[in-house]
Design a protein around this ligand. Structure first.
Ligand code: C2O
Ligand code: CU
Ligand code: CU
Length: 458
């Protein structure tokens, strides 16, 4: 189906979608239900109403699945507005990718959509809506998705840390999460930094144990500069995929985690008595994000004995045969954008890919930024000609960083390339997943003011 057909068939397909869902699920095991709804929670300033989650009084849970095992998730929309759900980083069938008008219709209030897919890769991923993204994500609807691998080494414990900000006023009520000024620059930062919706929480873990941390940056704008102090450790995966190429972060040499990115660390906890701290190091000072308290008699396990994580099966691009496509990320302000407001428009437009601002999700006449042939290798040359950072995310495919004009970059596999000011980066991939794959900046105010598009694998 192309984008135009979506519009022509819209009313009929919405009800058909719901009917198909109920039938499809009749035969085998029932789906897990995800009820997208409003929530009330204490973010540290009294109870905040109007948050968005999957239960009435808690953050979205960690979703756990197993590599190569099919899952069924029914997303039921209990909000008063449209939504959809995207499984960030998973290389699954295009029609399960959760992008409104590109892969499915938005889910109307009281409707549901059945997502069925088989995650092909293990690692740390996340889920978030792709319709009304700005409001729903800023108000809480971001959760970590863990794909387990039976070949991974055993850890003594695992902690999942979902980093995001909230925008609260003095009374603890939600404030608008976006501003014209922020959208035109690096995004609007929140004023309450949280880990799993808590300010600087403390978690217990076995003293002397080797612990896996899965950290996800799910904020709509903040670029984290992470350091971990009080424990010996190493970075074991980035953006879902095992790697040993990244140095251990320190306050002087922090690990930069841009919106959408994840990092897995293995740490060797000390004996009881000293807490381990994860902190954010900005120019304006450092902030603790979470603490880990070693408890109990020391296990005396050594990080050095930890075997490497299991690797995912990713196709190595053939660089000698790869065709290059260039994408320019730039500033193209439009005074009076003709933005189609379906699925959320901020009402102004600043950004573009190849000089064309994305006109809104529900615009049927926009073709792909590039057409890639199934099974072929490509180099994407990503050029940022603006003074702001852009974490550029591609759905459904994984690419390998090759080189940058500004710095040495590790050749890791990822779904999100963090481009600095005026940086050009080349990345390579094999176009091995059919369909229309959203391609956008993960600073949501940039995405929603033009910096979005899609690539088609045909
Ligand atoms: Cu994490 Cu298109 O998104
Ligand atoms: Cu994604
Ligand atoms: Cu951006």
């Amino acid at each position: 189906m192309d984008r135009r057909e979506f519009f022509l068939g819209s009313a009929a397909a919405l009800s058909l979608g719901a009917a198909l869902g109920t039938n499809a699920l009749a035969q085998t095991d029932a789906p897990s239900i995800i009820n997208v709804q409003n929530a009330v929670f204490d973010l540290g300033k009294g109870l905040t109403q109007g948050l968005v989650s999957t239960s009435a009084d808690a953050p979205p849970p960690v979703l756990r699945m197993a590599k190569n095992r099919p899952v069924k998730l029914r997303v039921h929309n209990q909000l008063a507005d449209y939504t959809s759900m995207h499984w960030h980083g998973l290389r699954i069938a295009n029609k399960m990718d959760g992008v409104p008008y590109l892969t499915q219709f938005p889910i109307a209030p009281d409707e549901s959509f059945d997502y069925e897919f088989t995650p092909p890769d293990s690692g740390t991923y996340w889920y978030h809506p792709h319709c009304q993204t700005m409001e729903q994500m800023a108000h809480g609807l971001t959760g970590v998705l863990v794909v387990e691998d039976k070949n991974d080494p055993e850890f003594d414990a695992e902690l999942v840390l979902n980093l995001k900000d909230f925008h609260l006023d003095k009374t603890g009520a939600l404030d608008s999460p976006y501003t014209k000024r922020g959208a035109a620059r690096g995004g609007t930062m929140g004023n309450v930094m949280t880990t799993n919706w808590l300010q600087n929480p403390i978690y217990d873990a076995p003293a002397g144990g080797v612990v896996r941390l899965r950290i996800a940056a799910t904020d709509t704008a903040r670029i984290y500069r992470l350091a971990l102090s009080g424990a010996k450790g190493k970075v074991v995966a980035m953006d879902g995929h095992a790697t040993e190429l990244l140095p251990w972060p320190t306050p002087e040499n922090s690990l930069v985690l841009a919106p959408g990115q994840r990092v897995d660390m293995a740490i060797e906890l000390p004996a009881e008595g000293t807490a381990v701290t994860l902190s954010h190091h900005a120019l304006s000072g450092s902030r603790p994000l979470a603490r880990i308290r070693p408890v109990g008699q020391s296990l005396n396990h050594a990080l050095d004995d930890l075997p490497p994580l299991a690797r995912n099966q990713l196709a190595e691009p053939d660089l000698s045969a790869a065709e290059t496509h260039e994408f320019l990320f730039g500033w193209t302000p439009e005074a009076d954008p003709q933005n189609n407001g379906w699925c959320g428009s901020l009402g102004y437009s600043f950004w573009s890919i190849n000089k064309k601002p994305w006109p809104g999700d529900a615009e049927p006449n926009v073709g792909p930024l590039a057409e890639l042939k199934l099974g072929k290798s490509y180099i994407l040359r990503l050029r940022n000609e603006s003074p702001n950072d852009h974490p550029i995310h591609l759905h459904g495919l994984v690419f390998k960083l090759l080189r940058s004009n500004k710095r040495d970059i590790p050749q890791i596999w990822t779904d999100t390339a963090h481009l600095l000011k005026d940086e050009t980066m080349e990345v390579a991939l094999v176009a091995d997943n059919l369909g229309d794959w959203a391609f956008h900046c993960h600073v949501i105010e940039h995405q929603k003011t033009g910096l979005a598009g899609y690539l088609s694998v045909v």
